[in-house]
Write a protein that binds this ligand. Structure first.
Ligand code: COA
Ligand code: ZN
Length: 311
């Protein structure tokens, strides 16, 4: 099996979604906008800006329409938004968001706690959303987040066979729509060897270039950067990360924040992998995030003397 050494990686900044949703009392909209602007200024050109979800389930996202309005249509900036159902997809498309992130958890228990549906019902929802995307844009594509692809807070370890089964059904119902597929380590319990095995086994079965592969990691066990690096060796070209490591999903008890964007950037920079992100400015954005009231942050690079971190 050949390993991949990509020259470039796309970083998707998820602090505005995975991060902000973890802060129990919702942040003022102006603070969110200030942070997102700092992330954009650092050179992050793919931002998961939030989610179109029930404000009863996730009150932190109630102002998503205003946030999107601030950033939509900017040259060179790709905005995506998480949607849990067709209703969310319609709201996002109506606001001009072209990149929808649809989430299905591989584990039944987590899927039911997260979106109150069985996996099979979520796959029916995926079909409806895929049809909607196709109808609104003949060049459209969909990002599919397969939650709990390695571990579930309720069911424990998830084997690659289970992930593969859900993905195969997802491919069938999306019927040729271009997909970006992320295997999500929702709890941050995966280890690099498991990440390697899951991507390797599944990519051997689902070959071709039809899918862009992504990895979404949390750093609960300190494996976030290592997991991401093993993922890119298996053909992943898109990595999710959250600046300052902000996060801790309200639907994944015990999980801490996403892998910190700055820690991942350090590793990629050291390997000569291009991302277009400026470390000094990214650390300024991460400092802003770390200063938000009520947020839990953790990153290694913010603890390094700044002159050494940006050298
Ligand atoms: N956007 C805004 N409001 C929505 C919505 C959406 N996408 N989907 C449903 N709603 C509203 C409904 O209109 C309804 O409002 P009402 O009580 O005022 O009539 C309410 O939410 C409940 O709707 P229902 O269809 O009964 O959904 P539910 O209670 O079974 O909840 C979800 C299902 C998916 C809507 C909800 O669990 C959710 O939004 N989850 C998001 C989870 C998430 O973001 N997780 C983190 C990412 S991994
Ligand atoms: Zn997450």
């Amino acid at each position: 099996m050949t390993t991949h050494q990509p020259r470039t990686i796309e970083l998707v900044e998820v602090a505005p979604r995975d991060g902000f949703q973890s802060i129990s009392s919702p942040l003022p909209t102006a603070d969110k906008i200030r942070v997102i602007q700092a992330l954009v200024d650092a050179g992050l050109h793919r931002i998961e800006i939030g989610s179109f979800v029930s404000p009863k389930a996730v009150p932190q996202m109630a102002d998503i329409g205003d946030i999107v309005a601030e950033f939509i249509g900017r040259e060179g900036l790709r905005l995506s938004a998480l949607v849990p159902n067709l209703r969310g997809a319609e709201l996002a498309l109506a606001k001009g968001v072209r990149e929808l992130v649809y989430v299905v958890s591989v584990s039944e228990t987590h899927n039911s706690k997260n979106v109150r549906q069985s996996v099979s019902q979520s796959l029916d929802g995926l079909k409806a959303i895929a049809d909607k995307v196709r109808e609104s844009d003949s060049n459209g594509f969909l990002r599919l987040d397969l939650g709990t692809s390695f571990d579930c807070p309720y069911e424990g370890r998830i084997g690659w066979e289970q992930v593969s089964r859900v993905l195969e059904q997802a491919i069938e119902v999306t019927d040729g729509l271009r997909l970006e597929v992320a295997f999500c380590d929702t709890t941050g319990r995966a280890n690099p060897y498991q990440v390697q095995q899951t991507f390797r086994q599944i990519r051997q079965r689902i070959g071709g270039d039809a899918i862009t592969w992504a990895f979404h990691g949390h750093n609960t066990f300190g494996m976030g950067v290592a997991n991401a690096l093993f993922a890119i060796q298996e053909g992943v070209t898109v990595l999710d990360a959250s600046s300052a490591g902000l996060g801790g999903c309200p639907f994944a008890p015990g999980a801490t924040g996403n892998t910190a964007t700055e820690d991942l950037l350090f590793a990629l920079n050291e390997g000569g992998v291009e991302t277009g992100v400026d470390m000094a400015r990214l650390l300024e954005a991460a400092d802003l995030i770390a200063g938000l009231p009520g947020g839990h942050t953790a990153s290694s690079l913010r603890q390094v003397p700044r002159a050494r971190a940006v050298a």
